[in-house]
Each structure stands twice: as structure tokens, then as C-alpha cells.
Design a protein around this ligand. Structure first.
Ligand code: HEM
Length: 266
């Protein structure tokens, strides 16, 4: 199963052009949902206004090499390893889910667009990327969902309490999980039995919810967060600090109380 392209098997009953159109539709849904979100929240407008204002209080003009250094550090640390989440399980779970999703999506696009023609031979690398990506997403996303999300971790809500904010993580886990089950059932060669069609249907629905729900979910954070991290790091380097007061020139002494419990009350 792990080295078989599930979309190639599907292409024997569904035209490849249909699968390719579905992927394009998902891309359009991301774009439309994100633009609607930006218009509704006015976050990008605020972001640029704030950056312009902060620039006025910059203590120094950054040279090109300083800018490149800040940008590279932001990519390597804030974006590639989600350093905002600190050291620990929250960051590890996010990194698993993030890279899992990237592998899963890249694998899907490559296999659907390049390896679904009748005599295509898919190099084992791509199906492996796809299956491993899906498994990592389910593991990282499930870890976050059952144990780490703020409602459960800090607010003592039961894991099965679902609110709109959970739309993104649940649709993400569902699309990978249903994709994996569908691929497994297909690999059993059930001769057109109902099960793999049911899971193909669930896989399609999960994707429609994930990509169609961008406006209502946290999906677009994957675009906003890198921009915000870059702005924050540039503002620190040029001394403008987003118009925040300078750090206190005193030792960080908070008393012993702070060591009694890990901070988790947000
Ligand atoms: C393919 C890319 C990404 C995926 C699939 C992804 C996935 C997720 C998921 C499922 C959540 C949990 C959402 C929830 O609260 O229900 C989350 C939260 C978060 N993500 Fe991402 N993310 C991606 C990219 C990024 C990037 C690039 C950054 C930062 C530069 C980032 C920073 C965060 C932060 C800070 C949280 C809050 C975590 C928490 O509450 O513990 N994410 N992400």
C-alpha cells in the first residue's frame, strides 16, 4: 500500500482530468477564503499600517545584509520549526502536523498531475511521501486535539467538546485519516466492494470542508503567522519594537511561585 499511488488506481475508474480539476478547485477555494478573511478582518491593512507606524520609531536603518540575516533566521526558526511554540510537546505536535500536511499535499499534487495517465509508472518515493505525510498529520493533529488544545489542556473541557475553532484541525485530521483508510481499502483489491467508495466519499467531503471552510477556520494562519514573525523580528532588529516599551533593565526575578507550576493558564 505504502508504495502504491492511490490516485493511479482511482484513474482506472475516474478520469484524471476530474481529479486535477478537483485539486485546482481546492486551490481556488484557499485563495477565495483567504481574501474574504483578509477583507473581513482587515488584518493585513492593520498589519501594514502598524509596520509603517513602527518604522517611524526605528532606532537604526537595517543594511541589506542585516535584513537578509533577519529573514533567514525567521525562515529557519520561526517558520520552519514554529519556534513561537517554545520547546516541548506543543511545538513537536505542530511540526509533525505541519510537515505531514506539506508532504501529503505535495505528494497529492505530484501524483494526480504527473502519474495518473494510463501507462504512468509512479516512483515509490511519491506514494511513500503521501502515506507518511498523512500518518504524521493524524498523529500530530490527534495529539494536539486530544491533549494539547487550550480548551482541554488549560480549561478542563472534555476532548469531545467541539466548537467552530476546531474546524481546521478536525478537517485536517479527517482528510488525512480518510485518505489513508481509502488507500488501504483500495490496496486490498476488493473488486469494487462498497467500502473503498465510502471512504473515497469521506475523503472528498473532508477536503471540501477543509478548503471550503478557510473563511470560517484557522486555515489562513499558515500565511499570516510567517508574515507576523518576520515583522516582529525586523522590528526587534531596527529597535522600533512595534512601538512597545523597551525591556526592563532589571534581573528577571519573579519569586519562587513561578516555579511551582508550568504556565498553562491562558
Ligand atoms: C502547512 C502548514 C501548517 C499547518 C498544516 C498547520 C496546522 C496547525 C494546526 C492544526 C493548528 C491547531 C489549530 C487550533 O488551534 O485548532 C495550528 C496552530 C498553530 N500554528 Fe500552525 N500550521 C501550519 C503552519 C504554521 C506556520 C508556518 C506557523 C508559524 C510561523 C504556525 C503557527 C501556529 C501556532 C502559533 C499555532 C497555535 C498553537 C497552539 O495553540 O498550541 N503554523 N497549526
Amino acid at each position: 500500500m505504502i508504495s502504491t499511488n492511490p490516485f493511479f488506481i482511482l484513474s482506472q475508474s475516474v478520469p484524471a482530468i476530474l481529479m486535477q480539476s478537483f485539486v485546482i478547485l481546492m486551490g481556488i477555494l484557499i485563495l477565495v477564503g483567504t481574501v474574504m478573511d483578509i477583507i473581513h478582518k482587515k488584518n493585513v491593512k492593520y498589519f501594514f499600517q502598524n509596520a509603517k507606524k513602527a518604522k517611524l520609531s526605528a532606532k537604526k536603518e537595517l543594511t541589506t545584509s542585516e535584513r537578509i540575516s533577519v529573514i533567514s533566521k525567521t525562515i529557519a526558526s520561526d517558520i520552519a520549526t514554529t519556534s513561537e511554540l517554545g520547546a516541548g510537546k506543543r511545538r513537536l505536535a505542530h511540526v509533525m502536523g505541519m510537515y505531514g500536511t506539506i508532504l501529503f499535499w505535495v505528494g497529492s499534487v505530484v501524483m494526480i498531475f504527473f502519474y495518473t495517465s494510463p501507462n504512468a509508472v509512479t516512483p515509490a518515493f511519491w506514494p511513500i511521501i503521501w502515506h507518511v505525510g498523512a500518518a504524521l498529520t493524524v498523529l500530530g493533529g490527534g495529539w494536539f486535539w486530544f491533549f494539547l488544545r487550550v480548551d482541554v489542556y488549560s480549561e478542563a473541557q472534555p476532548w469531545y467538546r467541539i466548537i467552530q475553532a476546531d474546524l481546521f484541525v478536525l478537517a485536517l485530521i479527517a482528510s488525512s485519516l480518510f485518505g489513508l483508510i481509502w488507500s488501504y481499502l483500495q490496496s486490498l483489491n476488493l473488486q469494487g466492494r462498497w467500502d473503498d467508495f465510502v471512504f473515497l466519499g469521506l475523503f472528498i467531503i473532508a477536503n471540501l470542508v477543509l478548503f471550503g471552510g478557510v473563511y470560517w477556520s484557522k486555515f489562513a494562519h499558515m500565511f499570516y503567522k510567517p508574515g507576523a514573525a518576520l515583522q516582529k523580528n525586523l522590528a526587534e532588529a531596527d529597535g522600533s519594537r512595534d512601538n512597545l516599551p523597551p525591556e526592563a533593565d532589571a534581573p528577571e526575578q519573579f519569586g519562587l511561585g513561578i516555579k511551582r507550576e508550568e504556565p498553562k493558564h491562558y
